[in-house]
Design a protein around this ligand. Structure first.
Ligand code: 99T
Length: 207
């Protein structure tokens, strides 16, 4: 039975994290999806009422409470099922996995901001230096994941792995020529494997 409403777009990597977590924890039937088509300059009235910052994902609970952003929603939903937590509840594992998840979110932030810069901003106002700086952040983060964290990512499919997979899926969607697979073959092999999971297959973004 659906008891919650998720403001949703199939192209948002932040929304996808929530959707993957719902699938992985068997909760997808509890959430109704409310489609929104927004950008920083074109909002959605209903969304703005529920989330004054006008971003997705936002999750309306049965009692009308609204949760945002994706980190808060994932934490909430992870505490609503009885299986193994996808976000460790305590100890050093919690801070490790949340920091990796934060690195994945930061890759998405840079990629989304590049998308807005290169697609939304009027052409005469675009700033190549901005795009190059964002690309540098993404390249350094992916190299660091490959060199330092591949074993950790492979060890368990949790909030950190979900975040990295959604970040890579979004890069493929919006910057298919970014060429990360050539630079990070280990990450590419990991991603090819986890992409077979039903949760990722069911939520793959389609432009
Ligand atoms: O910035 C806006 O006003 C509208 N943008 C969003 O709502 C994006 C959609 S991804 N969401 C976020 O930036 C959420 C970030 C937040 N920290 C979280 O939830 O974790 C759109 C991607 C695309 O269209 O290509």
């Amino acid at each position: 039975m659906t008891t919650m409403t998720l403001f949703h777009s199939p192209l948002s990597p932040f929304v996808r994290k929530v959707m993957v977590l719902l699938h992985e924890t068997g909760q997808q039937d509890r959430v109704a999806l409310q489609a929104v088509n927004i950008s920083p300059v074109t909002g959605d009235d209903q969304l703005d009422l529920d989330n004054p910052i006008g971003k997705i994902p936002a999750l309306r609970l049965q009692d009308g409470t609204v949760l945002h952003d994706s980190r808060v929603i994932c934490e909430y939903l992870d505490q609503q099922h009885v299986g193994n937590p996808l976000i460790p509840r305590e100890g050093s594992a919690r801070w490790r996995r949340l920091t990796l998840a934060s690195q994945a979110d930061a890759i998405m932030d840079s990629a989304v901001s590049s998308r807005y810069e290169s697609f939304l901003r009027p052409e005469d106002k675009r700033w190549d230096g901005w795009l190059e700086a964002q690309a540098g952040k993404i390249r350094r983060s992916l190299a660091n994941l490959e060199q330092e964290h591949l074993a950790e990512l492979t060890s368990v499919f949790d909030i950190a792995a979900i975040g990295v997979a959604c970040a890579l899926g979004y890069l493929d969607l919006r910057q298919p020529a970014f060429g990360w697979r050539e630079r990070q073959p280990g990450l590419a092999a990991w991603y090819a494997e986890v992409s077979k999971r039903p949760s990722l297959a069911a939520t793959a973004p389609m432009a």
